[in-house]
Every structure is written in structure tokens, then in C-alpha cells.
Design a protein around this ligand. Structure first.
Ligand SMILES: C[S@@+](CC[C@H](N)C(=O)[O-])C[C@H]1O[C@@H](n2cnc3c(N)ncnc32)[C@H](O)[C@@H]1O
Length: 306
């Protein structure tokens, strides 16, 4: 059973108490969810979302002992949070996003997420979606691909890699992770290959799942559900996601928006959010040694004020 990342910090920042309602937006196999349920006493409740059918099935099994204290939905967190809005606005004590790809998704070749595992060129987290990595490549020009690889992978050789992918695709469709990996390897000098592989696969996966747009919308949908004093905790694994969390938190935390130099505030703006992590919390070296996936994790937390 896989270990949740930064679990102790998640529990500390969520500050779970008896009777609380907590939402786990990315429940996966239920690691954090189980820790939250243990921390919030006999009367605490958890609502969990994941758009991956296998993840929800695993979470149902793991969390079965908690009975009706848990409600799990096979849904994107944007849809799930929006559906809760009419009944749960201003009521939720804590909301967790532990975003990105799960260990199970990466390790299963048939999900097509990793250049390390042979499989179909799929990369969907939500297998009800019709957009796969293969259809994305089928329907993109080399310029589109270059933009995706540059923007979501921050890969300096994005144009060269994209041209090679498009050229290979003209000869015949690219069907597997191994074929895509070979094309990327042939596009860049040997010392840069591993980084180019990781960045290009990450970029295409982010585009297939619209991960960054989902995350931005998810944060927007989460805020109004929190009660005053409710806590939001976000764990991210790369700079693009972390930037979204950091900038959103900052925007919410801004109070007065008067131009600098006025003798007193005339806008009356009040901060709606207190940032609890001026710098993100990071895993200890002990945690990264026992769980290498935690290596790049950053946790940001904040509290709703108004
Ligand atoms: C890093 S894992 C979460 C691990 C989990 N916290 C645990 O303790 O086991 C990320 C999970 O978020 C899910 N996910 C990512 N984006 C999502 C979205 N927009 N809606 C629903 N689930 C999402 C993925 O399917 C994946 O299972």
C-alpha cells in the first residue's frame, strides 16, 4: 500500500477536529483520506473525488471500514466541488488537493503515462474522456506540439522534438509510449535525453488531461465551500502547479488595493485568506529516502478569513 506524501503536515495544517467535514479532491488510493478520517474523530466526515476509476475502486476498498463517514465520487474535482456548492457553501472545515499523477498511474504500463513502461499512447487519468495522447498528437500541428512541450514541459528543445514527432507521425501514427520515447531520444543529444523524455511526457500528459486549467478552476470552486477559519492545503509536484497555488493564495490574501502613498485606505478591501506557509513545506530527507516520489513535493496551506 502506497504511503501518502507529507501526511503529517497535511493533518497539522488541516487541523482536523471532531465532527468536521473535509474534502479530499484527489483521493487516489485513499492514503491521505484514511489519515484524515483517523484524525477527525468518530463524527468527522470525508467527501472524496477522483476521476480515475481504478483509484476510486481502490479507495472504496481501503476506506470501507469507515462506513458512512465517507462519500466517494468518481468525478473531476471541478465538477464535484461545483455540485456541492448549493448545499455545502461556507460549511467545509478543510479541503485537500494532492495534484498530479499517482504512483499507480505511472507504474501501470497500460495507462501509457511513462516512458519507462511500455504501453499504448494513452495518458488519460479519466478514461471516460475521448482525448488521449495519441489523438492529441494525431490532431496537432508541429507548432501546437512545440507550444505544449515548451509551456507544460519547460523543455528548451521543444521545437526540435515537436518537428521530429510530426515527421514520424506523417509516416505512420505513433501508437505506443516506446515509439514516442524513441523519437524523443533521437531528437536530442545523449546527455539531454533523460530530461527531454521526462519533460515531453509530462507536457503531453498535462495537455491530455487539461491539468493546469482543472487545478485553477478547482481552487476557485473550493474557496466558497470553506467555512470561515476553514483550511485549504495543496501539494504540488512541479513549478507550474506550485505557481498557480502561490499566485491564487496571494490574490486571495490581498486586502487593501489602494495605490501606494495614500494617507489612508479608501478602498475598504479586506483580506479573505491568511497564508500559513510563507514558504512551502517540503518533505524531510527521511521521507524522500523512504518515498522518492515525495522528492519534488511542495505543500502550501491557508485559512479562509472572509
Ligand atoms: C498524487 S495522487 C493523490 C494521492 C492521494 N492523496 C493519496 O493519499 O493516495 C493524484 C490523484 O489525483 C487525481 N486527479 C488529478 N487531477 C484530478 C481532477 N481534476 N479531478 C479528480 N481527480 C484528479 C489523479 O487521478 C490521482 O489519482
Amino acid at each position: 500500500m502506497h504511503t501518502p506524501v507529507l501526511a503529517r503536515e497535511v493533518i497539522r495544517f488541516l487541523r482536523c477536529r471532531q465532527g468536521d467535514i473535509t474534502i479530499d479532491c484527489t483521493v487516489d488510493g485513499g492514503g491521505h483520506a484514511e489519515a484524515i478520517l483517523r484524525a477527525c474523530g468518530e463524527s468527522g466526515r470525508l467527501i472524496g473525488f477522483d476521476w480515475d476509476d481504478e483509484a476510486i475502486a481502490a479507495a472504496r476498498e481501503r476506506l470501507a471500514p469507515f462506513g458512512d463517514r465517507v462519500e466517494l465520487h468518481h468525478d473531476s474535482f471541478v465538477q464535484g466541488l461545483q455540485a456541492l456548492a448549493p448545499n455545502f457553501a461556507n460549511l467545509v472545515a478543510g479541503i485537500l488537493f494532492d495534484i498530479g499523477v499517482s504512483a499507480a498511474q505511472i507504474e501501470r504500463g497500460e495507462r501509457g503515462m511513462s516512458y519507462r513502461h511500455e504501453g499504448p499512447l494513452d495518458m488519460r487519468m479519466d478514461r471516460r474522456s475521448t482525448k488521449t495522447a495519441r489523438t492529441l498528437i494525431d490532431n496537432s500541428s508541429w507548432q501546437d506540439l512545440a507550444r505544449i512541450i515548451r509551456r507544460y514541459g519547460e523543455e528548451p528543445r521543444a521545437r526540435t522534438i515537436a518537428r521530429r514527432i510530426a515527421l514520424a507521425h506523417q509516416r505512420r501514427p505513433i501508437e505506443s509510449t516506446a515509439e514516442l520515447a524513441r523519437i524523443i531520444e533521437q531528437s536530442v543529444p545523449r546527455p539531454f535525453r533523460n530530461k527531454a523524455l521526462a519533460r515531453t511526457f509530462q507536457a503531453i500528459r498535462i495537455a491530455v488531461n487539461d491539468e493546469l486549467e482543472e487545478f485553477e478552476q478547482g481552487l476557485r470552486a473550493a474557496f466558497p465551500l470553506l467555512r470561515i477559519g476553514g483550511r485549504l492545503v495543496v501539494i504540488s509536484y512541479h513549478s507550474l502547479e506550485d505557481r498557480i497555488a502561490k499566485e491564487t493564495f496571494r490574490r486571495w490574501a490581498v486586502g487593501c488595493t489602494c495605490p501606494p502613498g495614500l494617507p489612508q485606505c479608501i478602498c475598504g478591501g479586506q483580506s479573505r485568506f491568511k497564508i500559513l506557509t510563507p514558504r512551502p513545506a517540503r518533505p524531510t530527507s527521511g521521507e524522500t529516502m523512504s518515498n522518492p516520489r515525495a522528492r519534488s513535493a511542495k505543500l502550501r496551506a491557508g485559512e479562509r478569513l472572509g
